[in-house]
Design a protein around this ligand. Structure first.
Ligand code: ZN
Length: 172
């Protein structure tokens, strides 16, 4: 079932999310819904607070090549355990901030630990777009958006445009 994606500014996008203790069927269903919502958008990552659930859960799939098999990843309690000194700049966007993009500098390579949908501890090293995406999604769990990396003026400009977009959508 597709869920509604919250649009910035929204207080739920600024909250620190709670760790998941037990992976229940409800949480697995939420993860499935989030993947469906993400693919439909379309996007390459989605965090639970973006659908209004304040649990530490993200989903991502950065496979972009046509014809290449999808690789949906579901991560409960994801954590960056190591990061490279070398950085990378990507033009980032966000499903909660539609149609705005900006360059963000982040560590190029990160090692991430998480719990998969069956409760198994997993650990993997990510590079390139996967690395940027997983860091962007983990930021969401700490109430942080990619525009928080921008200069205040740029951030305020985008926020005002989002407020206007939300007013327009509310009138429909
Ligand atoms: Zn985002």
């Amino acid at each position: 079932m597709k869920r509604t994606i919250l649009i910035h500014p929204d207080p739920r996008l600024k909250k620190v999310c709670a760790p998941v203790a037990d992976i229940t069927d409800d949480l697995r269903k939420l993860a499935d819904d989030m993947l469906e919502t993400m693919y439909d958008a379309p996007g390459i990552g989605l965090a639970a607070p973006q659908v209004g659930v304040l649990d530490r859960l993200i989903v991502l799939d950065c496979v972009k090549e046509e014809g290449e098999a999808p690789r949906p990843l579901v991560m409960f309690n994801p954590e960056v355990v190591a990061a490279s000194d070398e950085t990378n700049v990507y033009e980032e966007g966000c499903l909660s901030i539609p149609e705005h993009y900006a360059e963000v500098t982040r560590p190029k390579v990160v090692e991430v630990a998480w719990m998969d949908r069956d409760g198994n501890a997993r650990r993997e090293t990510f590079d390139g777009l996967w690395s940027t995406c997983v860091q962007h999604e983990i930021d969401h769990l700490n109430g942080k958006l990619f525009i928080d990396y921008l200069k205040p003026l740029k951030r305020q400009m985008i926020t005002r445009k989002m407020q206007k977009l939300k007013r327009e959508r509310a009138r429909l």
